[in-house]
Design a protein around this ligand. Structure first.
Ligand code: GRG
Length: 331
């Protein structure tokens, strides 16, 4: 008798399980590199770093390095570097946004104050640059100096867009490409830089990161209206409270009645959330959340097609799995 063989494709690997051993190495680098003789720096940096972030950006560095056959130890250093930069931006962002909750805990600014948060963000950011120098590759410095500069531009652009209900979708997309997708892009590109990939492969990896990061932020913005505070680990409605015109609101305004549109416009202009429940109701009823998720799906599809330059490995499979998870996630 013939053995029964399955013709279906093997299940996609769980990226987190696949990278668990390597991420332990990254944790080791993070712990070693956090050290400072200043007690408050140790206290705040450990508080935020150990708060259970998803560590997507370091995983991108590792997955691309592996997918392209690079096994050197510098990959752990670079993975820790992008997590430090990410953490510095979170510390600064929570001060700018006056956020009180992140990763299910009080923000560092709520607990230690704005000044301490900004300064420890500066410590992490500058420590990341010390680490880059130790990697001793000009191209790494080039990619990350450019990325951090663009991230800062994105935040300033977003500041200029606050309270503007007439924001164009393209201008909204520019902000998310700058403030969020740029670090995903740099993380993916760095994996390719380590592996000395050709310029075209490097650009395809960067393009994956850019699209994945855009999808990720689109979903972040819709979860602000879809999720619950306990599920998200941050306060629902924060974006509206700040007067941030994100895609769910822009789409809802297009589809709502004149009276509803006026309600949303006023809320964006005033940054008031007294009628948050009504606005969430409008956003949900008009299908703005599904439309935003659909936009994220389109970006994730773009990311997926960028991966055709990679050889078929388990790491490439994990990168494909990220495309699914970035769209389907609920926290
Ligand atoms: C220090 C370079 C530098 C810049 C300061 C404040 C600022 C300029 C930039 C902030 C950019 C920012 C916070 C963008 C949002 C990124 C985002 C989607 C954060 C949430 O990422 P997750 O879900 O977080 O990966 P976890 O908690 O999982 O790590």
């Amino acid at each position: 008798m013939q053995p029964i063989t399955s013709t279906s494709a093997p299940p996609s690997p769980d990226p987190i399980q696949l990278m668990a051993a390597e991420m332990k190495e990254v944790d080791g680098v993070i712990q070693r590199r956090l050290a400072s003789e200043v007690a408050l720096i140790n206290q705040i940096s450990h508080y935020i770093i150990s708060a259970g972030g998803k560590r997507i950006r370091p995983m991108l560095v590792l997955l691309f390095a592996n997918a392209l056959g690079f096994q050197g130890k510098e990959r752990f250093e670079l993975a820790a570097i992008v997590e430090f930069i990410h953490t510095a931006t979170l510390l600064h962002d929570d001060v700018v946004d006056e956020s009180a909750l992140r990763r299910g805990r009080e923000t560092a600014n709520a607990l230690f104050g704005n000044a301490a948060s900004v300064l420890v963000g500066d410590f992490l950011y500058s420590r990341a640059f010390q680490m880059m120098v130790s990697v001793d590759r000009l191209r790494v410095l080039d990619v990350l100096a450019d990325a951090t500069n663009v991230i800062a531009e994105g935040e300033v652009l977003q500041l200029m867009n606050m309270h503007d209900p007439d924001l164009a979708v393209d201008d909204y997309l520019k902000v998310i490409r700058f403030k969020t997708a740029k670090l995903f892009e740099a993380s993916a590109r760095l994996g390719a830089v380590l592996a000395n990939a050709s310029a075209s492969v490097e650009d395809a990896c960067a393009s994956y990161g850019r699209s994945l990061g855009t999808a990720f932020q689109l979903v972040d913005d819709l979860l602000d209206y879809e999720g619950s505070t306990s599920q998200l680990g941050k306060n629902v409605g924060d974006d509206l409270r700040e007067g941030k015109p994100t895609l769910p609101l822009l789409i809802a305004m297009e589809r709502a009645t004149a009276a509803e549109r006026m309600l949303i416009r006023n809320a964006i202009e005033q940054g008031e959330v007294t009628r948050l429940d009504e606005i969430v109701g409008i956003v949900r009823r008009t299908g703005a959340l599904e439309a935003t998720r659909e936009a994220a799906r389109t970006e994730a599809d773009k990311a997926r097609s960028s991966l055709s330059v990679l050889p078929a490995t388990v790491h490439r499979e994990a990168l494909l799995e990220f495309c699914v998870r970035s769209v389907e996630r609920s926290s």
